[in-house]
Design a protein around this ligand. Structure first.
Ligand code: AMP
Ligand code: GLY
Length: 430
């Protein structure tokens, strides 16, 4: 079978890497892909324009006999790529435009959670800054302000002071810094606790939860500083105990898929729950995403034993009940190497040295996220540049191996957090 993966970041590198391991897959195309993906022997990067109606991508998929298209990022999902491919009779893995509102509209998602009884923080929404500021004055810091639409991961602000909260409100409602996504905002209860990610495959009826994972959102050591797309991840996340995993499955993942189906929206694809585990172990949903997490996908797929094509086909064909997911017991860790200055302004085009000095195998892979080819040289092209991922029987060894690999790679201004996985080690020790 020929597979097409849409996207070109670390998540897509991990998806292509895993899909290419299937004996049933002859070729994996990736649009646009990246130089790390291009090095996989079954893979080929292609340039496809994703227009509003996805016409070029659909035509290309038909002409090239693509048996399955897998959509990595949220933007094309929210813009209806799945509906467009299905209308052409193409097999595609991902939620429809309606189902993708779980990520595409913070307000749709929050209303749905409150109606369906999915545990989450209280929230109110506003379209004018004066009533929003009046409401903020009734709350205690920190304040949580979110643009209602997609804002490339920058729409949520956790403001430690009233002044910063006011700026976030005005940036959206008075200055519309995210355009249409800024038209409305959500002011949300701040949730205390430790974050965890639980992802599931769903065919609209059956929900198959994955192993747990944890991201590291803030840029700085010890979770200080502004949020990023994610500076590292590991799986499993010991904060999610077996009983908590069951609770999250019942009250979050399954309740969401059942609730959407009852509203006439079958949810097919990946449902990602970003959770805050409170001080008494109570899970509450911070957000839903309609796709794999980045960088959680890198350690998750390194641990997945089941053939990913089998799982994705079962989702598309509505027979996920036939599938059992098998996980390697070894924990896996992904350390993100980022461009200096990220998540603020950063320079691009820095030569990346040492990639060939890293000894890679099934349990040690340098996933490319923001890289591009400049002649024979691989150079940086994004904020998050590489997701250096390793697994080992013991978590501390997986962490050590990932950092040892990072130590071989150099580019000007390279930045990484040195405490990825620390929270899991602390739990092991405790
Ligand atoms: P979101 O875009 O909704 O995923 O928010 C981005 C990040 O902001 C989350 O991963 C959390 O770290 C933080 N965050 C968002 N909402 C809240 C909340 N209600 N309470 C605490 N932290 C939050
Ligand atoms: N790692 C968080 C996300 O993918 O949204």
């Amino acid at each position: 079978m020929k597979v097409l993966v849409i996207g070109g970041g670390g998540r897509e590198h991990a998806l292509v890497w895993k899909l290419a391991q299937s004996a049933r897959v002859d070729k994996v195309y990736c649009a646009p892909g990246n130089p790390g993906i291009a090095r996989i022997s079954k893979a080929e990067c292609v340039d496809l324009k994703l227009s509003e109606d996805f016409a070029e991508a659909r035509q290309w998929a038909r002409q090239n006999g693509i048996g399955l298209t897998v959509v990595g990022p949220e933007a094309p999902l929210v813009n209806g790529i799945v509906d467009a491919f299905e209308a052409d009779g193409l097999r595609v893995f991902g939620p429809s435009r309606a189902a993708s509102q779980m990520e595409g509209s913070k307000i749709f998602c929050k209303d749905f959670m409150l109606e369906a009884g999915i545990p989450t923080g209280a929230a109110r929404y506003f379209t004018e800054s004066e009533p929003a500021l009046a409401y903020l004055k009734t709350l205690q810091p920190p304040y949580v302000i979110k643009a209602f639409g997609l804002a490339a991961g920058k729409g949520a602000v956790v403001a430690p002071s009233f002044k910063e909260a006011e700026d976030a409100v005005r940036d959206n409602l008075d200055r519309a810094i995210f355009g249409e996504a800024s038209q409305r905002i959500l002011i949300e209860e701040f949730l205390h606790g430790e974050e965890a990610s639980m992802l599931a495959f769903s065919d609209g009826e059956t929900v198959l939860p994955m192993s747990s994972a944890q991201d590291h959102k803030p840029i700085g050591e010890g979770d200080q500083g502004p949020n990023t797309g994610g500076m590292g991840a590991y799986s499993p996340a010991p904060v999610v105990t077996p009983s908590l995993e069951k609770e999250i499955f019942e009250t979050v993942l399954k309740r969401a898929v059942d609730g959407l189906r009852a509203r006439g929206i079958p949810y097919k694809g990946i449902l990602y729950a970003g959770l805050m585990i409170g001080p008494n172990g109570e899970p509450r949903v911070v957000e839903f995403n309609c796709r794999f997490g980045d960088p959680e996908t890198q350690p998750l797929l390194m641990r997945l034993e089941t053939d990913l094509v089998d799982v994705m086909e079962a989702v598309v064909e509505g027979r996920l009940h036939e599938i059992e997911l098998k996980w390697k017991a070894d924990p896996a860790v992904c350390v993100v190497m980022a461009s200096g200055g990220y998540p603020g302004d950063y320079e691009k085009g820095k030569s990346i040295e040492g990639l060939d000095d890293v000894a890679e195998d099934d349990s040690a892979v340098v996933f490319h996220a923001g890289t591009t080819a400049d002649g024979d040289q691989i150079v940086t092209s994004g904020g998050r540049v590489l997701g250096v991922t390793a697994s080992a029987p013991k978590l501390e060894d997986a962490i050590a191996r990932a950092y040892e690999m990072c130590g071989k790679i150099r580019f000007e201004g390279a930045y990484l957090r040195t405490d990825i996985g620390r929270k899991a080690l602390d739990r092991e020790e405790a």
